[in-house]
Design a binder for this molecule. Structure first.
Ligand SMILES: Nc1ncnc2c1ncn2[C@@H]1O[C@H](COP(=O)(O)OP(=O)(O)O)[C@@H](O)[C@H]1O
Ligand SMILES: [Mg+2]
Length: 278
């Protein structure tokens, strides 16, 4: 059984895609893990797909070659795609000689159409993952910031939820909403093992009074909801957007500061321990 992790926050721009992709790189490339990782892009804005493939390869793969994406996974029983072969839906991104690898199930804009007509489609992702899960050690799902059929589809395939939070104004507003959404899900699927692994502060800078205020606020909310906050934080660094442009994790981004990449590694270690990835 693979460890299945979803990155969720009902807020956009908090670092879900950045962390999803960097975690995938760490688990696949660092000798402490060397895991076989599948990244599932569950956001119609397909940032994780672009981050991993780069815009040119993304266009070639999805638009020119018309390879199936997660959109087709959801639409596989609709008349338009009935009988579609999903064997080519997973694209290899990197393979390490020592055994680790990253594969990607990309997203595309059309996923937004699925959201317009979502009935009975949430289970299609799980059905697909069940057929490939044995090939992976870790499956990382990058979610979109709205509570929709896609969120339920992600929950169905999730053991642990990781919640990135930026310590800025209104940072805690989505937390009770997300907590409620998971409770509702657990009410519907009573034996489902989904758990919140915790909140990670992302893009911190430790200087602004506003940051301290928001952190305090998030800590209070987490205490009330009994949500763990990871000790290791991820600082603000321009190397993250730069890495996205270079299709590189923080530890391979050109001129990225060593202490910044060390920080992400430290967080990955804490997270891995929390969710039992060894
Ligand atoms: N620690 C960080 N430091 C600086 N910029 C970051 C950091 N984490 C994410 N970003 C940038 O913030 C923007 C939003 O991040 P992203 O991962 O796309 O968020 P989300 O997936 O939650 O919408 C991106 O431009 C990304 O490069
Ligand atoms: Mg995103």
């Amino acid at each position: 059984m693979a460890h299945k992790i979803s990155l969720i926050n009902m807020k956009g721009g908090v670092g879900k895609s950045t962390l999803a992709v960097n975690l995938a790189w760490h688990f696949s490339a660092y000798t402490s893990w060397l895991k076989k990782v599948l990244v599932i892009d569950l956001d119609p804005q397909f940032n994780a797909s672009q981050y991993l493939l780069g815009p040119d390869k993304y266009l070639k793969h999805v638009v020119t070659k018309e390879k199936p994406t997660v959109y087709h996974v959801f639409e596989r029983y609709s008349p338009e795609f009935k009988g579609i072969d999903l064997d080519k839906a997973i694209k290899n991104i990197t393979e390490n000689q020592s055994g680790g690898k990253i594969d990607l199930l990309p997203a595309q804009l059309e996923l937004a159409y699925t959201l317009k007509n979502p009935s009975d489609k949430a289970r299609n992702l799980k059905e697909f993952i069940d057929t490939v899960e044995s090939e992976y050690d870790v499956i990382i799902i990058d979610c979109s910031p709205t509570d929709s059929m896609l969120t339920e589809a992600a929950y169905l395939c999730t053991d642990h939820v990781l919640i990135p939070v930026r310590p800025e104004y209104l940072s805690s507003i989505g937390l009770p909403l997300l907590y409620r959404s998971i409770l509702d899900f657990k009410e519907k699927y009573k034996k489902h093992p989904i758990e919140i692994a915790g909140v990670v502060f992302n893009a911190t800078d430790d200087y602004s009074p506003e940051e301290n205020k928001s952190k305090k606020n998030v800590k209070e909310v987490c205490k009330n909801l009994d949500i763990k906050i990871f000790k290791k934080e991820i600082s603000f660094s321009r190397s993250y957007p730069k890495g996205a442009r270079e299709n590189a994790p923080i530890f391979r981004t050109s001129y990225a500061r060593y202490d910044r990449s060390q920080e992400f590694l430290n967080f990955t270690e804490e997270f891995a321990k929390e969710v039992g990835i060894s």
